[in-house]
Design a protein around this ligand. Structure first.
Ligand SMILES: Cc1cc2nc3c(=O)[nH]c(=O)nc-3n(C[C@H](O)[C@H](O)[C@H](O)COP(=O)(O)O)c2cc1C
Length: 138
């Protein structure tokens, strides 16, 4: 069978469409091999969700990062040029994709590769950002 054009086409005739979509989203995030962060689009980009893969990769528990900025992962060897590019991209509503040194809870460093996607609210204004991340240390 061919892949449907969109994931939304798969279940759109099912009465439980909304419920199925919620479960798909929840399970994709909770069981993902990639780390996922969702932040608000407000000042400092406060974290509203991290998945179990984020906690495994960084050593932080959810309660230690919720409400904080993802910049808590940065340290003295984090390339400021990458962060500048990130700020430019997301402020312009573009996808960001880059890599930089980040630091785990225990202070050890690792090479983070991540993408950030802006999420538009109903009024078409960006309300949240979604980051998909992985440890690409050699
Ligand atoms: C959704 C999201 C995820 C982010 N994830 C990371 C990350 O994993 N590592 C990192 O070094 N910075 C990450 N950042 C960037 C920091 O939050 C960044 O420092 C922030 O944009 C603030 O800019 P400033 O450092 O100029 O204040 C992320 C930003 C957003 C919005």
């Amino acid at each position: 069978m061919e892949n449907p054009k969109s994931i939304f086409d798969l279940f759109d005739h099912d009465d439980n469409y909304k419920f199925i979509m919620k479960r798909l989203l929840e399970q994709s995030m909770e069981e993902s091999f990639n780390s996922i962060i969702i932040t608000e689009a407000s000042k400092g980009y406060p974290i509203v969700y991290v998945n179990p893969a984020f906690c495994e990769m960084t050593g932080y528990g959810p309660h230690e990062v919720l409400g904080k900025s993802p910049s808590m992962l940065q340290g003295k060897e984090t390339d400021p040029a990458v962060i500048k590019q990130l700020n430019e991209d997301i402020r312009a509503g573009r996808l960001f994709h880059g890599r930089a040194l980040n630091y785990r809870r225990d202070g050890s460093e690792f090479m983070m590769e991540w993408k950030i996607v802006p999420i538009n609210g109903k009024n078409d204004r960006i309300s949240h950002y979604l980051a998909i991340q992985k440890d690409v240390t050699d």
